[in-house]
Design a protein around this ligand. Structure first.
Ligand SMILES: Cc1ncc(COP(=O)(O)O)c(C=O)c1O
Length: 434
């Protein structure tokens, strides 16, 4: 734990860490958890405050976090951004939102939340340029999906996304101010963007989640959900009472506070910007922490080569290999990554015939009358209709949607990926009859 929370200057100002560090050294555990080791992994005790109704060090940490993020109210989450997304949707529903405009490339928690809460997701397809998914934009909604825009009571944007695309949130804010609609932003990948208010979800959204474990030095599952006003914060508080665990992890809580207080690493940002500028095969996104390198059909091979040298990327989508950075990335590791990429880019030149096509995957979804399903081998699924949305894991966004006719190309991609969701072993759920 101290290997992760190592910056003493940051820790000096961390309320939850201070409480944990000052515990009675002769503390004997007759409480949960059952490992009885004590130390950092404790439960709600007389001195440790209580995340569900905080009045002590956790309340102080949440106040500090809200101040840094520019929120009226911020809540520490130990259940990932998933809990934040569900809570934002619950709060929106409590405020009367029944229909929400959302891009098809959103995380599965958005669709699950809508289904749970009776919100109709007005889904628009994701745009891709040269096979790389592009971010949500209000201008695209206005141009191509104006019906969805006018029908929706709220807009749900993901910003930044897995590819470092940042949504045009200033335009979305202006539109929501004009129309009185709510703006929800999934910033699961953008906890570090509070350093740059132009790009940061919290400068525009009514409700937003920061997944601090993805791009800041927090333990996995650490996140924050925030509200722009006290009234919205109150709705979030009620939502969290439903969705979050009653056994939140103290190490995760302490790491969330630490991560939000972690300083900007401008020197590292500049190094990455220089590498990106000099390398045309790095996707030119707005978010420096996502280094997306285009390898085309050789992407899985390039990712495996990198792994053989001990360099593990965040994900490969069969075209791009994405390396995730954070302010805690070490310079010496970046040296190795850049040198390796130079070699791999030479080893795997791009096919010159690949076009810069702009496409939207508009495969129609049709649910047959008879909803009986069966699980079939992936190799036998092409041509059938998908009965359970599935995709690569990460990014946990739909590759084949329920109701979509399955193509051999998408099956090939699923077969190549190391990790997937929505499948059971090598089997896929399809509708048995059409
Ligand atoms: C865009 C987006 N939103 C939400 C989530 C959920 O985050 P978590 O895994 O922290 O629950 C993810 C996870 O990958 C994500 O990519």
């Amino acid at each position: 734990m101290r290997k992760i929370l190592q910056d003493e200057n940051v820790l000096e100002n961390c309320k939850i860490f201070t409480m944990l560090a000052e515990q009675n050294p002769s503390h004997v555990s007759f409480h949960t958890p059952g490992h009885k080791v004590g130390g950092w992994d404790i439960t709600e005790l007389a001195y440790s405050d209580n995340l569900s109704c905080p009045t002590g060090c956790i309340a102080a940490a949440e106040r500090d976090i809200a101040k840094i993020l520019g929120a009226a109210k911020s809540f520490i989450l130990t259940d990932g951004s998933t809990c934040g997304v569900l809570s934002m949707l619950y709060a929106a529903r409590a405020l009367g939102v029944k229909k929400i405009a959302v891009c098809e490339g959103s995380h599965k928690s958005v669709f699950n939340g809508c289904a749970l809460l009776g919100i109709t997701p007005l889904v628009y397809p994701q745009k891709k340029v040269a096979k790389i998914p592009k971010g949500d934009t209000l201008s695209a909604l206005k141009a191509d999906f104006v019906d969805i825009l006018s029908e929706a009571d709220a807009l749900f944007f993901t910003s930044p996304d897995y590819y470092g695309n940042v949504a045009d949130l200033a335009a979305a804010r202006a539109y929501c101010d004009e129309t009185g609609k709510l703006l929800l932003v999934d910033g699961a990948h953008g906890g570090h963007l509070h350093f740059d208010r132009n790009l940061y979800a919290g400068a525009y959204a009514d409700l937003w989640v920061d997944g601090v474990h993805k791009s800041l030095p927090a333990l996995t599952q650490g996140a924050v959900v925030s509200a722009r006003t006290d009234e919205l914060g109150e709705k979030l508080r009620l939502a969290l009472d439903i969705f979050r665990t009653t056994s939140p992890s103290y190490p995760i809580m302490a790491s969330v506070e630490y991560a939000v207080k972690y300083p900007r690493n401008t020197a590292l940002e500049e190094r990455v910007a220089a590498f990106k500028a000099a390398c045309p095969r790095v996707y030119q996104n707005e978010d420096w922490t996502k280094l997306c390198v285009v390898f085309g059909d050789n992407a899985f091979a390039a990712a495996k080569d990198a792994e053989s040298l001990g360099l593990y990327s965040e994900f490969c989508d069969g075209n791009v290999v994405t390396f995730y950075l954070s302010p805690a990335t070490r310079n010496e590791d970046l040296d190795v990554l850049f040198a390796t990429l130079d070699e791999l880019l030479k080893k795997y030149p791009l096919d010159k015939n690949v076009k810069n096509d702009v496409e939207r995957d508009t495969s129609p979804c049709v649910l047959p009358k008879d909803r009986t399903t069966e699980w079939v081998e992936l190799t036998a699924a092409a041509g059938k209709i998908c009965a359970r949305t599935c995709g690569l894991f990460p990014p946990c966004t739909p590759l084949i949607k329920m109701g979509e006719r399955i193509t051999a190309e998408k099956i090939e991609l699923l077969c190549k990926a190391d990790n997937v969701f929505g499948l059971c072993g090598n089997k896929m759920e399809v509708f048995a009859k059409e």
